[in-house]
Ligand binder design. Structure first.
Ligand code: ZN
Length: 308
């Protein structure tokens, strides 16, 4: 419940900052997001999960984006499994960045990034190793310097032979060189690339997280405005090649056989509403027979991810 409280408090900060950008009715959805929720719990009341609640689905909402990231993390982990099993691929994780920019340059800088990335994947040596990728845009804010760092996290499916075949392998220094060329920016000093280990929770979380941390974009109203304008209309996540296929299969439920069944037996329903700065429990009751059947033995649809 602490987590929900924390996210709802941040949602209220967002509601203040975002008001000027939204129509009255869209704004009310944000303001009222998750004001009512139904949790279900097992006998000990230790294991709980949210069963129902009202949502706003705003891309900046700390509650909605937290839930979305947990779902996306599982989706990514499953798609990697599927691609590994079906196509016998391995993965590399690439982080592409450029020097920080000021608020007013953010919008254009992101557009430049997209162009540069398109050029990068069209380079012959890159094209020949990439069997599919997921590209995620992330923007961080540096409070001390009051500037912004847009960067890409890219998960790339490659042949297993990629790491040993000298004709195809791209070293870190070569990735850096390529990124400098396509951005036309020789000042870039840092490109990070690594092989993704089988237990890839860290990289999965990195990709699944929302494109901006709420602790960053809610720093103050000026910073929020910069994030809002910078990310407006931008495509944040892109699927390509094998990942495009796996993403479609996942969405159609065709990869559900990778999901595990939730072993918890839920027997209680807990109903809350958002009061003055905290969730207030209105009712605790046993689940009805219909609810019990509907809620139990369900598949697990999300994955825990660390947030800093
Ligand atoms: Zn929301």
């Amino acid at each position: 419940m602490e987590k929900y409280k924390d996210k709802k408090l941040k949602n209220q900060v967002l509601a203040r900052f975002i008001k000027k950008f939204l129509s009255e009715s869209s704004w009310e959805y944000v303001q009222d997001c998750n004001t009512f929720m139904m949790m279900v719990a097992d006998e000990t009341l230790e294991n709980k999960k949210q069963h129902k609640g009202n949502t706003c689905k705003n891309r900046f909402c700390p509650i909605c984006s937290w839930k979305k990231a947990r779902k996306e993390a599982l989706a990514l982990a499953i798609q990697m499994e599927y691609i590994k099993d079906t196509y016998n691929k391995d993965f590399i994780f690439l982080t592409l960045t450029t020097p920080n920019v000021k608020a007013e340059e953010l919008h254009d800088e992101i557009r430049e990034y997209n162009h540069a990335f398109q050029k990068l994947v069209k380079r012959k040596e890159v094209q020949s190793i990439v069997k599919g990728y997921i590209r995620k845009l992330e923007v961080t804010y540096n409070q001390d310097r009051d500037d912004y760092n847009p960067h890409f996290h890219v998960l790339i499916a490659v042949n297993k032979s990629y790491f040993t075949d000298k004709r195809y392998y791209i070293s870190q220094s070569r990735w850096l060189e390529l990124w400098q060329q396509v951005t036309k920016n020789p000042l870039i000093t840092n490109v990070h690339v690594q092989k993704v280990r089988t237990n890839s929770k860290k990289e999965v979380a990195e990709l699944a997280k929302y494109s901006a941390k709420d602790s960053d974009y809610l720093a103050n109203e000026k910073v929020f405005d910069a994030f809002y304008k910078g990310l407006k209309g931008k495509q944040l996540i892109v699927y390509s090649g094998l990942f495009k296929e796996s993403n479609k299969l996942f969405k159609d439920g065709e990869l559900d056989y990778y999901k595990e069944q939730d072993p918890t037996e839920y027997i209680y329903a807990l109903l809350y509403h958002w009061g003055k700065g905290n969730y207030v429990e209105d009712e605790k009751r046993l689940l009805t027979e219909t609810e019990h059947k509907e809620i139990n033995k369900d598949l697990i649809h999300e994955m825990d991810i660390e947030e800093e």
